[in-house]
Design a protein around this ligand. Structure first.
Ligand code: ADP
Length: 548
């Protein structure tokens, strides 16, 4: 026997259709390359999405074909998300900050048939032209297509394609809710990029779950600035969850420095902004130097890497901005956990900031499991660390090209080591490959980085394990100090010694001008390891082989 409810497949286009009918006047503001602001409503966005759907229909594509984008967070990119999905195509967002060879590798791997790009990426696309094997149509996200070499006749201007189509709504095709709508490659901090193909069903369910009060708490009363790029895990699903609730959206375009983001946030009276810690660092540095504060920002959504205690302190205690610390990954669409308190967790005898460092509780739909090396389940006692496994309707099963994702028993191994407390709050200890194995025990690089950035003169810190003749590995701390600071390694070591167990104190500290970052703004440990590949720790060279 089956339930007797309507069978309406979950479909991405229904989200924007809902926004256009129920929040027709809610705005989408975008910063254009010219630095001017473009502003229109959900109703106008939906009209243009219908036009774009018609234009795409003329390109002779098959359902499931991939439409690649190389674009910043802006209204045209937003329209592409919906029109492609609505037509049964797959919006394949490519990270333009990747090396050109990686961009063409990814586009060829996914057999993209159309490439849509912001004019700013024209030089990159020109460089890729001879490498791209499957792209038949090039669309520049602009009014005209004049800069193209004459030999390539198939460059079209986005606005001209739209202008050629009639106005009025479109009868979108009926699609299986399990059919694909989006594709994202992992950022490759852990190896060759792997493609994760999202379905209409996974995308819609993820949007519902992430909008909930104990997730991102989204509503029509918010003005939200997704700083996290739309080419990185769909800007954490915000282009779907914001129209779902009718929130006002502010897209920052290509202006991602601290000053530009802060100015836009103030001008547009943003109430919630979302970005990785590196981006917040830029904003907070600007705010510190300029002596300004936030007049509208109520909440900061931080994820992608751990939010440090000093960042939590600055936002929450200095500026009164509530931090929502969230955890996820490309394979989880991406949201898996958000740190929102419960009545019980509020009564825990822990300092608020220490508690905020936890990545939070699984959002409804996501299940957690902790396992030790032998696959034995670990207790949720807040102390036992284990491999974090997840499952749920928006977790990858198989990567593009049939590469296995989830294990045969249905769990996906995140590659993270975590603890979970009795209230369900998960805390990332480290990525399993970043843990420093010191004499049979391990040291969390995340904890050391956090301790280092607690020093007021330390701007950013990265910790890696360096081979050691006795302890296998010992930590090296690499730091960037703030402008004008004269902090030296010895003073920093003394500072850390007061805060860490003796054997966790790094064996060496190097002060550098800058740390390497990956294409999504995260600290790139693979690159840091390369830079210090031949590093010899003083404790090893001097044969100080006693327990540090
Ligand atoms: P990649 O593996 O290519 O970097 P992602 O960008 O999807 O891909 O990164 C996912 C990883 O980022 C997680 O497995 C986790 O290690 C890390 N991460 C995400 N959010 C947080 C967070 N709030 N705190 C600590 N680590 C995080």
């Amino acid at each position: 026997m089956l339930g007797s409810m309507m069978e309406v497949p979950l479909n991405v286009i229904s989200i924007i259709r809902h926004a256009a009918s129920n929040h027709p006047q809610a705005e989408i503001v975008s910063r254009e390359p010219s630095n001017q602001l473009h502003c229109y409503t959900y109703a106008s966005a939906y009209r243009r999405i219908c036009q774009l759907g018609r234009a795409l229909a003329r390109l002779n594509l098959q359902q499931g074909d991939r439409i690649a984008t190389l674009a910043w967070n802006n209204y045209r990119h937003f329209e592409l998300y919906y029109a492609t999905a609505g037509m049964g195509l797959v919006c394949h967002t490519i990270n333009p900050r990747l090396h050109a060879a990686d961009v063409s590798w990814i586009a060829n791997h996914s057999q993209d048939r159309v490439l849509c790009f912001d004019r700013a990426f024209l030089p990159l696309v020109m460089e890729l032209l001879s490498e791209l094997q499957s792209v038949e149509h090039f669309i520049v996200l602009d009014d005209s297509a004049t800069d193209w070499p004459p030999a390539r006749v198939d460059l079209q201007a986005y606005e001209r394609l739209l202008a050629a189509e009639s106005d009025g709504t479109l009868d979108w095709p009926t699609l299986d809710e399990n059919s694909p709508c989006g594709l994202c490659y992992t950022s490759g901090t852990t190896g060759k990029p792997k493609g994760v193909t999202y379905s209409h069903r996974s995308t819609v369910l993820h949007a519902y779950a992430s909008a909930l009060p104990d997730s991102f708490r989204l509503s029509a009363r918010e003005t939200v600035m997704p700083i996290v790029p739309m080419f990185h895990v769909n800007a954490w699903g915000l282009p779907y969850s914001l129209p779902l609730v009718g929130a006002r959206i502010v897209f920052p375009g290509e202006y991602l420095d601290g000053q530009s983001l802060y100015t836009l946030c103030e001008q547009q009276q943003v109430t919630l902004a979302a970005g990785v810690p590196t981006v917040w660092l830029g904003i907070l540095e600007h705010v510190k130097k300029s002596g300004h504060g936030f007049s509208s920002l109520e909440r900061a959504l931080i994820g992608g890497s751990a939010a440090s205690e000093s960042m939590l302190h600055t936002l929450e205690e200095l500026h009164g901005v509530e931090v929502l610390h969230a955890w996820g990954m490309t394979e989880i669409s991406p949201t898996g956990a958000v740190n929102q308190p419960t009545p019980a967790s509020r009564q825990q005898p822990v300092e608020t900031l220490a508690f905020k460092k936890k990545q939070g509780r699984a959002i409804p739909g996501i299940l957690f499991r902790l396992e030790d090396e032998a696959g034995e389940e670990q207790p949720w006692d807040g102390k036992s660390a284990g491999h974090l496994l997840v499952r749920g309707p928006w977790v990858v099963d198989t990567y593009a090209g049939g590469i296995a994702g989830a294990r045969p028993d249905g769990w996906f191994d995140t590659g993270d080591i975590a603890t979970i407390d009795p209230h369900g709050f998960m805390q990332i200890v480290d990525r399993s490959k970043d843990l420093i194995k010191s004499g049979g025990e391990w040291i969390s690089s995340v904890t050391l980085e956090d301790a280092a950035t607690a020093h007021p003169d330390v701007l950013e810190a990265g910790v890696i394990g360096i081979p050691h003749p006795k302890w296998v590995e010992r930590p090296l701390l690499v730091c960037v100090t703030r402008d004008g600071s004269n902090l030296d390694a010895q003073a920093l070591k003394a500072f850390l010694s007061e805060r860490l167990a003796k054997w966790w104190v790094p064996d060496a500290i190097e002060l550098v001008e800058r740390l390497p970052h990956g294409a999504t703004g995260k600290l790139l440990k693979t690159e840091l390891r390369k830079q210090f590949a031949h590093y010899i720790l003083p404790t090893a060279a001097a044969n100080e082989l006693e327990q540090p």
